[in-house]
Design a protein around this ligand. Structure first.
Ligand SMILES: *Cc1c(COP(=O)(O)O)cnc(C)c1O
Length: 400
């Protein structure tokens, strides 16, 4: 990584040239230059190991981590000791789900989650099933929301954990965490939520929800990749079995040397997200509305996910009468986005999330996920509308 990376290049805009417009902000986001600036001193100058308690290098790094931890805790109304740094939301989800399952073996072996969860929740659940645990995968309603009556019915005497995400990574739908949390609390069942898409974009309050474990990541909110955290409630205490053993970092729950540049950047990113949340949310809503209205002339559109209870930067649309693969190929040079083919690396199955909404295979394939973000402009939306309209019109007559 040369010096250039720290300068203007990170935003991409200045150097785009022929690069497509970026509308894939649910996959990742560029690091905000203000975040990069906060991180830089911790690579070369304040490079110490926060666990080195015998000299100033360690103290500086430890002070920065302490401050970042306090910032992140405050952002979700937690206390600093409740934040466990991880390599991202995947690791946080694994620690929460496998950590509870292992720590609560004597209480029960049943977990509840939802069919539209991210693979970083579903795969740990499948792994637990292979060990003899039982998992209920709740369906969703056609708008993507969990049916609370079905949740009620799914509870068993041996249920130890409910894991339901805050904001969906494909359709942006926001689950009713407060209602879910209250039901879990009534029954003494722990409640975990994957908030990878939510942190810094919608308000999160672990007291109000109430949630016992909350997974966070930096790179969906203009922070660096490879860093995240798990909030773990201390009162009442949530028992958790560590999944990484080593030097006993993070109160024994996650060993491994902390990474101060990433952690400082993570905190800065979340701080900026909170400070700009209201204004940015309004701006994104306006852009999204503009995009949605611009597509209406096509007809044969299906909005995937609840119309309003969703992230402001998310629009997910199925297009009747086009081949999904051809649609994505036709747009590739103009706009970078994802389609309804499952985004998991090796597979081209239709998105399980869209299938769970009741979409048939053709409509699931022929869908686009627009992920608008901090650096998306109105001109870009105009260009994308023009390109999508032209491409769909060209493809419809030739669709099989
Ligand atoms: C991106 C994402 C993850 C994975 O986060 P990493 O930090 O990349 O491991 C997990 N859950 C959801 C909902 C996501 O959007």
């Amino acid at each position: 990584m040369g010096k250039q990376v720290m300068g203007k290049q990170v935003m991409g805009k200045q150097t785009t040239g022929k690069r497509p417009i970026y509308l894939d902000c649910h996959a990742t986001t560029p690091v905000d230059p203000r975040v990069v600036e906060a991180m830089v001193p911790f690579f070369t100058e304040h490079f110490g190991n926060p666990a080195s308690l015998t000299h100033a290098y360690g103290w500086e790094a430890e002070a920065a981590v302490t401050q970042a931890r306090a910032t992140l805790a405050a952002a979700i109304h937690a206390s600093p000791e409740e934040i466990i740094f991880t390599s991202g939301a995947t690791e946080a989800n694994n620690l929460a789900i496998k950590g509870i399952a292992e720590a609560c073996l004597s209480r029960g072996r049943h977990l509840i989650t939802v069919q539209t969860e991210h693979s970083a929740v579903l795969d740990p659940c499948k792994y637990l099933e292979s060990l003899g645990f039982e998992v209920t995968y709740l369906p969703v309603q056609p708008d993507g929301l969990v049916d609370l009556d079905l949740l009620e019915k799914a509870f068993r005497d041996d249920t130890v954990l409910v894991s339901i995400m805050a904001a969906n990574n494909e359709i942006g739908v926001l689950q009713p965490l407060a209602e879910i949390g209250a039901r879990c609390r009534e029954r003494g069942v722990f409640f975990h939520s994957d908030a990878a898409q939510a942190i810094g974009k919608i308000p999160l309050d672990v007291q109000a929800m109430p949630v016992d474990l909350l997974s966070l990541t930096a790179h969906k909110v203009y922070g660096p990749k490879g860093t995240g955290a798990l909030y773990v409630r201390r009162r009442p205490r949530v028992p958790l079995a560590a999944q990484l053993h080593g030097g006993g970092h993070e109160r024994g729950l996650r060993s491994g040397t902390l990474y101060p540049p990433q952690i400082v950047g993570f905190a800065k990113a979340v701080e900026l997200g909170l400070a700009e949340m209201a204004a940015e949310g309004d701006r994104l809503l306006t852009l999204r509305q503009h995009l949605w209205e611009g597509l209406q002339s096509l007809g044969g559109l299906h909005l995937n996910g609840h119309a309003s209870q969703r992230l402001p930067g998310n629009l997910n649309v199925s297009f009747e009468g086009v081949d999904g693969q051809a649609l994505l190929l036709g747009l590739r040079s103009v706009v970078a986005l994802s389609s309804g083919a499952a985004c998991s690396t090796a597979s081209t199955a239709p998105s399980p999330v869209l299938k769970a909404l009741g979409r048939d295979d053709d409509l699931a394939y022929a869908s686009l996920r627009f992920g608008l973000g901090r650096f998306t402009t109105a001109e870009e939306i105009d260009q994308v509308v023009a390109a999508v309209v032209a491409t769909v019109q060209a493809l419809r007559p030739v669709a099989p």
